[in-house]
Ligand binder design. Structure first.
Ligand code: ATP
Ligand code: ZN
Length: 285
């Protein structure tokens, strides 16, 4: 029977969330203790655990069929793979930073300067596009300490909250790209594998949608029902049920996480009471 081989990061920031996404998609993984391989008992999927930097190449070489990796690594490795789905976790950005005491007027300030990074390809392409001639110094880790020890003028690295930069006396001056975890595949897969991938993506999208939405229940006075319902249209329209208490109804719907606080405030203003918000496990629209 055909199996789809997926490459996941063996240990690092992507590992737990990648495995969680597979599990929440209803795919059980036996011997999931991150040996080299694990198999699913209920879905034709085989997991290979690898260093994240190797994943794009393994996928383009066909050793793995698909993989989960950061967009930054896809960009850095320049392997011929396609992003099939953005996964919404491991969000970060790739930025240039300089010592906070240095003046900064724009990217031209990097001309002739040495920049330390673990992502030389992305940085080289960025400088080439801007026509800037800088000295890119490739180091494999602890990039943030390079200026402090006199190794470089600035750095180009992953930033999320920015606290690592601050604690090293650095200031973010240019964002070069945003990144998040993505599911990658080669430009074409054999038909059987493409079918399994379609099934996997269907499940992943249901999990993602569920994560982005909440189930909401509230009590509404009947004379405000229309206004309240229009604030929470849900997937088709809200469910409305009469309460035993005359003049009141229970309204059930689905609400996007991004609109959450704004909508809750508006609901309260319209007289909604007893608002309950519940997580959704899967959502298929
Ligand atoms: P190594 O390859 O040596 O194990 P790495 O830096 O590539 O180290 P991780 O630190 O596990 O590995 O990061 C994996 C990916 O997670 C990065 O490529 C990036 O896409 C994302 N990432 C890294 N740091 C953060 C962060 N602070 N917040 C969110 N996502 C991050
Ligand atoms: Zn890595």
């Amino acid at each position: 029977m055909t199996q789809l081989k997926i490459a996941l990061q063996k240990s690092g920031r992507l590992s737990d969330k990648s495995i969680e996404l597979i599990r929440e998609s209803g795919i059980s993984l036996t011997n999931g203790n991150r040996k080299l391989l694990s198999l699913s008992a209920n879905f034709p999927l085989e997991v290979m655990y690898l260093r994240d930097d190797d994943i794009p190449r393994y996928v383009s070489d066909g050793i793995a069929d698909i993989g989960i990796v950061g967009e930054n690594v896809v960009e850095e490795e320049q392997a011929p793979v396609e992003t099939r789905e953005k996964l919404g976790f491991a969000r970060c950005r790739m930025s240039l930073a300089v010592p906070k005491t240095e003046a900064y007027d724009g990217p031209d300030d990097f001309t002739g300067k040495r920049i330390a990074t673990s992502y030389p390809t992305i940085l080289r392409n960025y400088f080439a596009e801007k026509g800037i001639d800088a000295d890119i110094h490739h180091i494999s880790g602890s990039v943030e300490i390079a200026p402090g020890i006199g190794l470089s003028h600035g750095i180009f690295d992953i930033v999320s909250s920015g606290s690592t930069l601050i604690s090293n006396g650095l200031r973010e001056v240019e964002k070069v790209m945003d990144s998040q975890a993505v599911l990658i595949a080669p430009p074409s897969l054999e038909q059987e594998k493409e079918k399994i991938l379609a099934d996997l993506l269907f499940r992943i999208r249901a999990v993602k949608k569920a994560r982005d939405n909440k189930y909401i229940l509230l009590n509404a006075p009947n004379d405000r029902l229309e206004e309240i319902s229009s604030l929470i249209p849900g997937m088709k329209s809200p469910t409305i049920m009469p309460l035993a208490d005359k003049g009141w109804s229970s309204v059930h719907s689905v609400l996007n996480e991004n609109d959450f606080w704004q909508v809750i405030d508006a609901l309260k203003e319209k007289g909604a009471q007893g608002i309950l918000v519940v997580p959704i496990e899967k959502m298929i629209v």
